[in-house]
Ligand binder design. Sequence first.
Ligand code: WT7
Length: 653
Amino acid sequence: MTSETTQKFYYPSEEVVKNAAVSGMEAYKALVAEADKDYEGFWGKRAKELIDWQTPFTQVLDESNAPFFKWFADGKLNVSYNCLDRQVQKGLGDKVALIFEGDKGDIAKVTYSDLLTRVSKFANALKAQGVKKGDRVVIYLPMSIEGVVAMQACARIGATHSIVFGGFSAQSLADRINDAGAVLLITSDGQNRGGKALPLKSIADEALASGCPTITSVLVVKRTGAETAMVAGRDIWADEIVAQMSDVCEPEWVEAEHPLFLLYTSGSTGKPKGVQHSTGGYLLHAILTMQYTFDIKPDDVFWCTADIGWVTGHTYITYGPLACGATEIVFEGVPTYPDAGRFWKMIQDHKVSIFYTAPTAIRSLIKAADNTPAVHPKQYDLTSLRLLGSVGEPINPAAWEWYHENIGGGRCPIVDTFWQTETGGHMITPLPGATPLIPGSCTLPFPGIQAAVVDETGTEVPWGQGGILVVKRPWPSMIRNIWGDPERFVKSYYPADFQGKLYLAGDGAIRDKDTGYFTITGRIDDVLNVSGHRMGTMEIESALVAHEKVAEAAVVGRPDDLTGEAIVAFVVLKGARPTGDEAAKVLKELQNWVGQEIGPIAKPKDIRFGENLPKTRSGKIMRRLLRQLAKGEEITQDTSTLENPAILDQLKG
Ligand code: WT7
């Protein structure tokens, strides 16, 4: 350490170090060295130990068709078997797997043997509807036991699920169904969120009415009891058909490379990409990160607050914790209902020991605690906690310190886990009993993950210098393909700029010049991160120009204290540029339109109207200039090439 480094490290206590799966920095370094020395041996050994294989694999990594890598390719397994049957066989049948807490506070507990029964019956219901191995099933459900059951049931019969977050619109749902060519849709009558019952089936109906020819049936889960129109010959109440099914369903043994799921995420074009994940490699990383990053122990009560609609909910709700035989919370509601003490009350009530949430949630709860003493975390007993986690976006040091002090009581390490939909699990993260923490840094690569920061030519830059985040070697849980678009897969993740040799994460990063710790500096592509939700600027632009009044639109992000980034749209209307009340009216109209086209999370916070957009003489939109305008910054860019400099005043907002 040089004297210039004034960063304060947070070291794990002796007790944390002693009990941790990876105990001390030397143990971490030994794992990294083990992977460096024999990369395939490192992963192969763990794949054998941590997964029950029906047919053992003989080859660890097949790079013959790079970048379409294969892991454990001749091995066969079943994820649902590894999550459920093997826990019951180990004698954990009576252990609680899921503690479900509803929006209204209703609680249901499901043991491992109950869950196995429910999954088997649901799986048989899917089979009864003709769903077979390799078929795609789209799941559009709220946070619920049934959500987890439906996913596990797909895994059990080898169907590939694709979850669509309940906040997405009919249009987004239809696009995802059609891109995947799904045969069956699972939805519910509605969802309870923040004291309101929101529709879901009616949105699904709208999606299907817009044309989803591959869907042959719809299973409808009852949740809110809302009156629900059922289409004869297509729609079936899930509880009715499930009740008729046998509670035994032999798992379908699938190849390790069989697609366990697709999950659509935003990229830098208007069309979301169906990230295709594997079975064996994915499961391995889900388990290994539960052990190393979350240090999961038999008595833990684990709570990941993500929704199953995002990858975090896949890996750290549906698969990772269950594959480790853990007890976990599944929460239907929102952190602010009935008040902003909800998370803290639930930690107290359920004696949560590991808590994993997003910086946006933390920031909004800090604000609430400052304003309303009754919901301040000090009003609750949070002593059951032993480990905290953060995910989805960079956590600013002030929020980190608050989280550490007020939630973790100064004693719980915080794992700031950097990863992506495409990576399947943690990539760069502290290990709680090994890594000294620096607020705002996701610290060091997970053992076996070879992350680096490079320049445009793919050459590693010195520590202390910013660059492009890449991964040098394939890893087991990585994306296998973009569904139906292998060219886009190669172009997006293994670009020719790096001779197809480096995985491009899409983020910028910098390594601390003394410690080598990584800090993520944000996306380097046209992707925004709003409240930890990933949004493509082009997607929002396409939605805007689809509105009859809009001639042209450009979308950029600007930093936001609460949501990390906020969406700002610059819009040219077909008619005259609106001002005053008229501008306010059109703004609302366009916000709602985007909400309808994509989902409420994509609504621009700010829309500015101009007579045209700032373009270079060759017609390229000057996005850097727009970002400066969005931030309200002084324009430092040369504007002499602007077609129409007068519009800068219009767009200042
Ligand atoms: C993008 C991935 C990771 C699962 C949930 C989001 C950003 C994620 C961190 C972190 C800084 C982070 C990156 C990444 N991100 N975690 N700990 N620190 N940035 O998955 O929707 O695929 O988004 O989220 O920009 O590329 P996702």
